[in-house]
Structures are given as C-alpha cells and as structure tokens.
Design a protein around this ligand. Sequence first.
Ligand SMILES: [Zn+2]
Length: 43
Amino acid sequence: MTKEKSLQGVEAEGADRCPECGSKDLVKRGNEIYCRKCGYVIE
Ligand SMILES: [Zn+2]
C-alpha cells in the first residue's frame, strides 16, 4: 500500500480534514469519519 501526498482528491483513509468546510475536527466512529463542525460524512 503506497501513500502519496496529494493536494486534492483526499477521501476516506488519509483524510485529515473536511472537504466541505476544511475543518480538521474529524471524528472517527467505526468505519465512518465525519466532521464535527458541519456533520459531513467522509466515509
Ligand atoms: Zn466540515
């Protein structure tokens, strides 16, 4: 499994910020990662 730095196209694993609002306040729950700020579910 290779991990590349990308400036865009971040999703699911490797995502450390919300694509919607840009917040880093993400919460992992089970297999889901969601933003606590806007509620956007990344995966
Ligand atoms: Zn958000």
